[in-house]
Write a protein that binds this ligand. Structure first.
Ligand SMILES: C[S@@+](CC[C@H](N)C(=O)[O-])C[C@H]1O[C@@H](n2cnc3c(N)ncnc32)[C@H](O)[C@@H]1O
Length: 264
């Protein structure tokens, strides 16, 4: 029997146009494909690429803890690898960005002695940089999952860009994702410890379909609980002040201050 292999790939956000040539080739060549993709267009696309494609979305049924669902997914995927198959697991966006079961399946397969690796994909954050015209290299960029942000109190640098994921499911540790009204309210309160209430923030949704515009709603932070938020929404908070450069360090590094990038 041949030794099983696992390759984890991403669809990108627009499944039919963002998928990389590498991901498509891996899907086509797999003996068995598992996938979780949020729309029906994705189902048809997966079937067209590889008729063995099987959706894992039924594992979300029954209001389980999210971590239990993820464990079931890992078990499903690695069981096929144990059978000696060349397995491809497909996740939405970049498969390694906010996708715990993708990382866990690779760890589990490797721990059992199988070859396993991941191909990168286009994430929601990549689309956000493009649609909102933001470069993470300018001011730096922090990125957090909303619930994790609230329960771990990371140090926020308010002179950097801040991206908060899963604002449509703050405090919800179960599947299917249900919006908890008070979650967004609490997130807004906590953000107001760091940013002024009138600081403009953006609720962002990249279009999952080609030729459609992204949904971009910019509003004062204190009005965030009234924003139209879905399971696809990501929050972008721009910096609220500028860092001043360390001129002594520039001198030590031999940098001419005129060479340091300015705002255009
Ligand atoms: C489980 S994570 C999956 C992220 C995905 N792997 C990626 O690479 O973007 C789900 C979260 O990603 C973000 N997201 C997913 N689709 C999005 C979209 N179309 N526009 C903006 N953010 C999106 C939202 O914050 C959502 O709650």
């Amino acid at each position: 029997m041949s030794k099983g292999v696992l390759v984890v790939v991403g669809t990108g956000i627009q499944v039919t146009t963002h998928m990389t040539a590498q991901a498509e080739s891996v899907i086509r060549q797999a003996d068995k494909v598992f996938y979780t993709i949020p729309d029906q267009l994705g189902d048809a696309w997966m079937q067209a690429l590889n008729p063995t494609a099987e959706s894992l979305s039924s594992l979300y049924k029954g209001h389980k803890r999210r971590l239990d669902t993820y464990q079931l997914m890992v078990e499903h995927i690695v069981t096929a690898v144990r059978l000696g198959l060349n397995v491809c697991a497909v996740f939405y966006g970049h498969p390694g960005v906010f996708v715990l079961p993708a990382h866990e399946a690779i760890k589990q397969a490797r721990a059992e002695g199988f070859r396993a690796w991941m191909c990168p994909g286009i994430s929601a954050e990549d689309c956000l940089f493009a649609d909102l015209n933001i470069d993470p290299a300018t001011y730096g960029c922090q990125s957090y999952e909303a619930t994790d942000f609230l329960i771990t109190h990371p140090q926020i640098d308010t002179s950097s860009h801040l991206i908060v994921w899963q604002i449509g499911a703050v405090g919800n540790m179960q599947e299917p994702h249900k919006r908890k009204e008070q979650g967004l309210q609490i997130l807004t309160e906590v953000l107001q410890h760091h940013y002024p209430p009138r600081h403009l923030v953006t609720v962002y949704e990249a279009s999952p379909l080609p030729r459609y515009s992204p949904r971009i709603q910019t509003l004062p932070l204190h009005q965030l609980p009234q924003a139209a938020v879905s399971s696809l929404s990501t929050l972008y908070v721009p910096p609220c002040h500028k860092k001043s450069p360390d001129y002594a360090m520039m001198a030590r590094l031999g940098i001419d201050p005129k060479d340091v990038m300015k705002d255009w």
